[in-house]
Design a protein around this ligand. Structure first.
Ligand SMILES: Cc1ncc(COP(=O)(O)O)c(C=O)c1O
Length: 404
């Protein structure tokens, strides 16, 4: 029998919401106009799974397919690149609106700014984004990966010219290592996709950068004739992405925000653990966090993201591997007429959860708690494609991690 999905309704006391403004419509538009200046920029598809929605008993089901993002197979580059642009803008005393791709790759920038070394820790996608942006902008990158990182993800980062290592420690320890090295390096800066006390500016730019994805989705939704999603499902590692998405949609629909559901890998479910404790303080998961959802294997919440999530999320869900594996197969083998989405382990957990909730009465109480019915328009994010192609095949072709 498979392990169970666990969930907790958010009853935490609310804070003064001081960080919701990070995801203001204005900040997100600034990020989007920065991304638009890249020749590689394109709006990623919003896959409408009408046939599946009909079968599950939902009004609409849409998946933002980030496997198309900048040719990098994941959404993460949106954050690192925008943070680097803001950092450079701040250093040379110019507004970020002037940090276009053309300027950042010009001789003028080389003269005005010179060269920095951007340090980071990553499970793969964020580091690839930082390495890619550094490469494109003529900057240096040093990337540390946690124990167990797969070779294909390492190779993709090395191919961008970054110095990259796989360490014998977990993701959170790699973050500390990268921060210490940046501190000790002349012109070194840490571009980390999480915040902690005293390190908030760069991660807030990263969250704004993720806003590009959310704002595209909102526009695509409206263009498809659906005013707004009633439910938004978003997965979390440290919760920067989730904080960004939840913050943006809360600001976009201040009077009637969607119902937000946050999903984590069960072995790294720090946000779920915090919500379960219920006092509003974040909780940590440490040690090894074995999961196929490598992008979600983070045990220490982003303090900015946590503050947004504790105020606006309805339910936190802890998902075993089989949920992600099911989602990969659901999206990879669509019903006739629906588009196919190649979705990796960390990308597909939403699809696995939603299909399970709608199909199985075992989770009827969770379905009812969030009010999923035939009137629901559900949005989720496939945040990566097959970034681990070997495991993708094991799951989708060979049926690894079956639901039962
Ligand atoms: C594919 C993918 N999805 C989701 C996430 C989760 O993002 P966050 O760590 O901001 O919660 C990550 C993080 O690396 C990721 O790589």
């Amino acid at each position: 029998m498979s392990e169970k999905i666990k969930w907790v309704v958010n009853k935490m006391p609310k804070s003064d919401d001081a960080h919701l403004g990070i995801m203001s419509l204005e900040n997100v538009e600034a990020a989007r106009s920065f991304h638009r200046s890249f020749p590689q920029y394109d709006v990623t598809p919003l896959a409408k799974l009408d046939a599946l929605a009909g079968e599950l008993g939902l009004k609409d089901l849409a998946v933002k397919d980030e496997s198309y993002r900048f040719g990098l197979n994941a959404f993460k580059v949106l954050g690192g690149s925008f943070a680097m642009a803001n950092y450079i803008a701040q250093k040379i005393g110019r507004p970020v609106s002037e940090m276009t791709y053309d300027y950042l790759t010009s001789d003028e920038l080389a003269r005005d700014f010179g060269q920095a070394t951007f340090f980071t820790a990553t499970d793969g996608n964020h580091g690839r984004g930082v390495a890619w942006a550094a490469n494109k902008l003529g900057q240096k990158a040093v990337v540390h990966m946690p124990k167990g990182s797969v070779k294909s993800r390492f190779d993709n980062i090395a191919a961008e010219g970054a110095e990259v290592t796989i360490e014998e420690v977990n993701y959170d320890e790699c973050v500390r290592m990268a921060a210490a090295e940046a501190e000790a390096c002349e012109n070194g800066v840490i571009v980390q996709d999480t915040a902690w006390e005293g390190y908030e500016e760069i991660p807030s730019w990263i969250m704004e950068g993720y806003g590009t994805m959310a704002s595209e989705a909102a526009e695509q939704y409206a263009a498809a004739g659906v005013e707004r999603p009633t439910h938004v499902f978003v997965q979390a590692g440290v919760g920067s992405l989730a904080g960004g998405v939840v913050g943006y949609f809360t600001n976009l629909f201040p009077d009637n925000p969607p119902i937000f559901v946050v999903m984590e890998a069960d072995t790294a479910a720090c946000l779920y653990k915090g919500a379960l404790a219920g006092d509003g303080e974040p909780r940590i998961v440490d040690g090894d966090m074995p999961t196929i959802m490598a992008g979600l294997a983070c045990g220490e919440p982003n303090t900015l993201g946590w503050d947004i999530l504790r105020n606006h999320v309805s339910v936190f869900v802890s998902c075993p591997n089989w949920v992600a594996a099911k989602g990969m197969r659901v999206l990879g083998a669509p019903k006739k007429g629906d588009p196919r989405v190649i979705s990796g382990e960390s990308g597909a957990v939403g699809a696995g959860l939603i299909t399970t909730l709608m199909e199985s009465d075992e989770y009827a109480d969770l379905r009812e708690a969030i009010g999923l019915t035939e009137k629901s328009s559900v949005l989720m994010f496939s945040t990566e494609g097959d970034t681990d192609p070997v495991n993708y095949r094991k799951v989708v072709w060979d049926g690894a991690y079956p639901a039962e």
